[in-house]
Design a protein around this ligand. Structure first.
Ligand code: ADP
Length: 511
């Protein structure tokens, strides 16, 4: 065994960190040799000095307060919550970032603080470059999301044209083989539309450009709306759909909440082959819990954590069931934005339960119970008279495809490439047309602005369908409901477009 006599003295003098002891008045009582090397003072010249001599002048007043607070509750700890804040000063006035660990102790009834101090310039540099790298990665990620948002938005225009052309050709073709090919082409177009919608949603959410528009949202109404929208899908799959909420309201963004619930409900229906789907909302002590329970195929336990990733699907059934693997990634982003959390429990072969936890601060007290108004969704009668249509679309291929499609559907269509052209068409007519307009037009006015101006100038409530490639963003900008105006997302579902035009036409005829 080596002779280690005197090692403790040696260690105290040359410890890896500089050691300093101060009393309650912050007077330095001890400093070792490492402190001399680190600060450039001889230990003897430090003894009796105030501790603040080791700090830059600008930090001294604050430091006195910190030491006072520390002495009221002394404990062994790292000083300063953020390392970026700690700077020490050498005898020559130069400064260095310092890591300081404090340990209080008592001797002969008096309190002292021992401090171990080290120069952390290197680890600070590593920390700073990590921070810079993370900022760069975040910036690149936002740029990617913005690019994807723009690209998927712009791709909707040609897709809109292709979808309308596919519907038009289907109408003209009598040959069953060609008809079959067109059906398949139609499926591929639908798949692409779904993918683009998902891409646009997720990239908008991730790029941080979505601003929350908070209003009071009645859950009873929203649930009734979702039930009415998704009931046909559930019925087609022979599945029961139940949506029931206590009479509660949330202070939240309606469009985003709707999207979150629609994605979860849509999945529950899509991945259930028999039985049913039930959505409920109820208060617990610390949160409102929205629950979506299905009796579907379930998710294997080892996959549950991954299903929120973009493009992740448990297996090929996702694609077979017309999924693109973005629905839950959107749910994840929306929940993050709204301040909610989502939990999934699932058993393969038995079903899945998704819980959305909404913290109580988002729940609005509602004194008066309200009965939801049933949402009217009367299908247009087949004998409905086709109203005349004015089409306002500045994109040439889309305008031509829409015009052709509407003509084949036996509408009398006049089309306009600019707002002024559309206005003169209305001025020249009796004003009994339905306006079908793109929201984003070249020029300062949107399709909606043109509609409102037309209503002002003619004094008539011109019915309208406004189409947009970025419907959620448009809906966010609309402050008050616009009567007799339907908003549809691009690429527009051709059957829905016809249904809405007929519906608007029949309302204006009964006035
Ligand atoms: P997709 O468009 O494929 O449905 P999602 O992101 O919405 O994409 O979901 C990811 C995957 O999670 C799905 O492909 C499916 O495998 C699984 N999944 C989601 N919800 C359910 C559910 N209610 N029951 C069973 N599997 C589900």
């Amino acid at each position: 065994m080596e002779n280690l006599a005197g090692i403790s003295d040696h260690l105290l003098r040359f410890s890896p960190d500089a050691l300093i002891v101060v009393d309650e008045k912050r007077r330095i009582l001890f400093a070792n040799d490492t402190a001399r090397v680190l600060f450039g003072y001889s230990p003897s010249s430090l003894i009796g000095q105030s501790l603040e001599i080791l700090l830059p002048e600008r930090l001294r007043t604050r430091h006195v307060e910190h030491v006072g607070a520390y002495l009221r509750a002394p404990n062994n700890r790292e000083m300063g919550a953020r390392i970026a804040d700690l700077t020490a000063r050498r005898a020559d006035g130069s400064e260095f970032p310092a890591g300081i660990r404090l340990a209080p102790f008592e001797l002969n009834g008096r309190s002292y603080i021992a401090a171990a101090i080290r120069d952390i310039t290197e680890s600070r540099q590593v920390y700073d470059s990590m921070l810079a790298a993370r900022e760069e990665a975040d910036r690149a990620n936002r740029a990617k999301s913005r690019f994807l948002a723009t690209a998927s938005h712009d791709l909707r225009q040609p897709l809109q044209a292709v979808r309308l052309l596919n519907a038009s050709i289907k109408k003209l073709v009598r040959d069953s083989e060609v008809g079959e090919l067109l059906e398949r082409q139609g499926d591929a177009i639908e798949n692409m539309a779904r993918l683009l919608n998902g891409l646009l949603d997720i990239s908008r959410l991730e790029s941080g450009t979505v601003e929350l528009k908070v209003s009071e949202v009645s859950l009873v109404k929203l649930f009734a709306e979702l039930k009415s929208d998704l009931e046909p899908v559930a019925r087609a799959r022979d599945i029961a759909l139940d949506c029931e909420s206590a009479d509660l309201a949330l202070a939240t963004d309606r469009v985003l909440l709707r999207q979150l619930l629609e994605n979860l409900l849509g999945n529950a229906i899509k991945y259930t082959d028999r039985g049913g789907v039930r959505m409920t909302a109820a208060m617990t002590t610390d949160a409102l819990v929205i629950e979506i329970v299905d009796t579907g195929i379930g998710i294997p336990a080892d996959k549950v954590t991954r299903i929120f990733d973009e493009y992740y699907q448990v297996d090929a059934h996702g694609a077979r069931r017309a999924g693109v693997g973005l629905g839950l990634a959107i749910v994840r982003e929306v929940a993050r934005l709204l301040g909610f959390s989502v939990k999934i429990d699932s058993t393969v072969g038995t079903g899945t339960r998704v819980q959305v936890f909404v913290p109580v601060q988002f729940v609005v007290e509602r004194p008066s119970p309200q009965t939801p108004r049933p949402i009217e969704r009367k299908a247009p009668s087949p004998s409905a008279v086709h109203p005349k249509v004015v089409l306002l679309e500045d994109n040439d291929p889309v305008r031509r495809a829409t015009e052709l499609f509407l003509r084949l559907e036996e509408f009398d269509v006049k089309s306009a490439a600019t707002a002024t052209e559309a206005e003169s068409l209305f001025t020249a007519s009796h004003g009994d047309e339905v306006l079908v307009a793109d929201y984003h037009l070249d020029g300062p006015r949107s399709g909606l602005d043109v509609l409102l101006d037309l209503r002002n100038s003619t004094g008539r409530i011109i019915p309208a369908v406004i189409m947009s490639g970025d419907l959620p963003a448009v809906m966010r900008t609309i402050k008050v409901p616009v009567e007799q105006c339907v908003f549809l997302g691009k690429p527009v579902d051709t059957q829905e477009l016809i249904k809405e035009i007929l519906k608007l036409g029949s309302i204006s005829q009964t006035r």
